[in-house]
Design a protein around this ligand. Structure first.
Ligand code: DGJ
Length: 695
């Protein structure tokens, strides 16, 4: 991998299979030159940057790496500021470019004011992902006010319109895919809710008729968990651009003298087909994004108490669940909501992170000991950023919630959002969680977050609009500090399900609660959309008793779907029959045999539940020595489907053994891919798990 510096200020970044080229033109403007398949570097060496003069202003037409507000530029900008004297225009000049090991920094400064912009790029030796961000510095003494500060601008190569995949999700319906073709004007995907949220996603996936296995796909995801904006546009010259960054909605930031603001990162790439995109990001996330404590560790099978007991937790019942869970093979027992304060329902108790003595008269250690004696680790639920008005914390510190004295503080789920930009609030949360982790043998935290912000008064801040950014940073900061002090504790990000499952969260949290919708039929699609850009191993998937939104499914079917992520169990095991407990035990044991493939393998989505009526996913080991296939269908129409199972992603030349419907096969990877194994998939609740092993 290399970053080539060319004499005429053209910079060529090379990844494993792709190339990204930028340069500085004769006016000192930053220019985007190429992103996509490789061309000879020498061609770029002799490239003169096109001088695009016409009736239309050069600046307006230019493909830029980072567009600043001002001059004869009428497009959207990536940076808009107000200088101390009131000037709102930026005029940059090129300063220099520095090349480090697989890193490039291109620096500009304003011609008059003390503003510096460093555009940062980094690449790795073994993938095709480029990381981009910007560092905005005030090198003077007077404050510069920033109204918009995106992380990066990307330009796509084709003059034909692109189709953008994003999401239109909700609680219980996370990641529902949308496709919008952008012919002209703009498409905006954003969140204004305080977190990245359930609705739209902080990424772009731009393609032209791409399928799982073919077509150019350009993608990029913003590593940020707060209000974000992804702004895609296509201009009259057919240039498609995408800017990603902090949302400028209700945004202002005071960049003090000598301060540098480092924007969130953007991870972006190019792939041939959507499947390749997912595999690239899966591996990149495992190797370069996820926190180092657990990124390369197999995640344990967990039990979570929420759906079984909700708020009604006590030592006896939790122990009964724990006993059955451990017999099933579960390795980590997580007690969800209800263990603290006066938390008997969702109306009270949030903020009072002290063990409820009525529910646990002998303290929580009694339950933890029971769980540990059963051979499992213990985990606990928190919702640190929240407070119920009916709580000791709120009675003592009503000023700790975001509020305006003149406005009604609207509760949602009977709760308010704590002002995490206050140090005393952050100290309290850290102290409570740290004390619980220090005093008790807790190895796992589920960090929940169950409402969007409102009435965001923060009188402690000089610039109240900074709260959106500062709140998100405060969450990261507390998570990081807890992890530093308790490195053996894994932390799960939850926000009413998958409402905070962006790449910002993945830089700090070890895994994600995917969705409160645990219906296995819906999960077939939710999990597909989740894994478009996110790594499979962080996707927590529980087998529960939820079985009524769609056609009822069998327990084996539900295990089949949940085993395609990091498996959890969440049903009320005390109500299970002996046979059901045995089915659970059998499946957990099977999962332990194949989970290294699911959690670390390359995912090939071969058939899809909604479109094909059959879900057929294959997870292949990186060295292609083994694989596991999951097939599930909840009903096939018209007496279908007698189809060959065609396995992608295997080594053409290796011979693999597998058993399909009781029949043993020994075939080459080439045969399995091109000819396939005959199978008849019919009826409700069809589910198979096929292990494939090279000789
Ligand atoms: C919302 C989460 O998504 C659920 O899994 C559960 O933890 C509840 N909150 C508890 O209140």
């Amino acid at each position: 991998m290399a970053i080539f510096s060319c004499e005429n200020n053209i910079f060529v970044l090379e990844t494993k299979n792709t190339q990204y080229v930028l340069g500085i033109d004769k006016n000192g403007y930053n220019r985007h030159i190429h992103w996509g398949r490789k061309c000879p570097v020498s061609d770029f060496l002799s490239t003169d940057i096109w001088d695009e003069n016409s009736n239309h202003t050069e600046l307006d037409m230019a493909k830029q790496e980072y567009t600043v507000f001002g001059g004869t530029m009428y497009r959207e900008s990536d940076l808009k500021v107000q200088f101390p004297d009131g000037c709102r225009e930026i005029e940059l000049e090129f300063v220099d470019a520095k090349i480090g090991s697989n890193k490039l920094t291109v620096t500009f400064k304003d011609k008059v004011y003390s503003l510096e912009i460093a555009l940062k790029y980094s690449v790795n030796d073994d993938d095709d992902i480029i990381t981009r961000w910007a560092e905005i510095k005030n090198s003077g003494t007077d404050t510069i006010f920033i109204d918009r500060m995106f992380s990066a601008e990307l330009t796509l190569p084709s003059v034909e319109p692109y189709t953008f995949k994003n999401t239109n999700g909700s609680w219980g319906g996370e990641f529902v895919e949308t496709e919008s073709q952008l012919q002209g004007g703009a498409l905006v995907f954003d969140s204004k809710r305080g977190t990245s949220g359930h609705n739209q996603s902080p990424y772009f996936i731009a393609h032209q008729n791409a399928t799982e296995t073919s077509g150019d796909v350009y993608f990029g995801t913003l590593a940020y968990s707060g209000n974000f904006k992804v702004l895609c546009s296509r201009d009259l010259f057919y240039t498609t651009r995408i800017s990603l960054g902090l949302n400028d909605h209700d945004f202002k930031y005071a960049l003090k003298g000598n301060e540098t603001f480092i924007t969130p990162k953007v991870f972006c790439g190019y792939s041939w087909g959507l499947g390749e995109m997912s595999r690239q990001m899966n591996r990149f996330a495992i190797n370069n994004v996820l926190p180092k404590q657990f990124n390369d560790k197999i995640l344990p099978v967990l039990y979570n108490s929420w759906e079984a007991t909700e708020f009604d937790v006590n030592c006896e019942h939790q122990t009964a669940l724990a006993k059955l869970a451990s017999e099933m093979g579960v390795e980590l027992f997580v007690m969800d909501d209800g263990w603290f304060g006066e938390r008997n329902n969702d109306c009270a108790g949030l903020g009072d992170w002290f063990v409820n003595e009525t529910k646990f008269p002998n303290g929580i250690d009694e339950l933890i000991k029971n769980v540990n004696d059963l051979g499992m680790d213990f985990g606990l639920w928190f919702e640190p950023e929240m407070v119920n008005p009916d709580s000791d914390l709120f009675r003592k510190h009503p000023e700790w919630a975001y509020h305006y004295d003149t406005r009604t503080a609207h509760t949602l789920r009977h709760q308010l959002v704590l002002n995490m930009t206050r140090k005393d609030v952050r100290d309290y949360i850290f102290e409570r969680m740290d004390t619980m982790l220090t005093d008790h043998n807790i190895k796992y935290i589920k960090w929940d977050m169950n409402r969007p912000f409102s009435e965001t008064g923060a009188e402690n801040l000089e610039i109240p609009q900074e709260l959106w950014y500062r709140h998100t940073q405060a969450v990261y900061d507390i998570v990081d500090r807890l992890k530093e002090k308790h490195p053996d504790v894994a932390i799960e990000s939850c926000a009413s399900g998958g409402g905070r499952s962006d790449y910002g969260a993945l830089l700090h949290f070890d895994q994600v609660w995917t969705s409160d919708n645990t219906d296995s039929v819906d999960r077939m699609m939710i999990q597909k959309w989740f894994t478009y850009l996110r790594p499979t191993k962080v996707m927590r998937a529980w087998v529960t008793d939820v079985n009524w939104y769609n056609t009822p499914t069998t327990l084996d079917f539900r295990f089949n779907i949940a085993m395609q992520g990091s498996l959890g169990v969440g049903g009320n095991l005390t109500k299970y029959s002996k046979e059901d407990l045995e089915i659970g035990k059998r499946n957990v044991a099977l999962y332990k045999e194949i989970r290294h493939l699911v959690q670390f393998g390359d995912l090939y989505r071969i058939l899809e539940a909604q479109k094909d009526e059959i879900l057929f996913n294959l997870y292949v080991a990186e060295d292609k020595s083994e694989a596991v296939a999951f097939i599930a269908s909840n009903g096939t129409g018209f007496m279908k489907k007698a189809i060959p199972l065609k396995f992608q992603g295997l080594d053409d030349d290796k011979i693999y053994s597998l058993t399909v419907d009781g029949k043993e096969y020994k075939k080459s990877g080439a045969y399995l891919k091109n000819v396939g194994i005959p199978s008849t998939i019919r009826g409700m609740n069809y589910n198979r798990i096929i292990k494939i092993k090279a000789e």
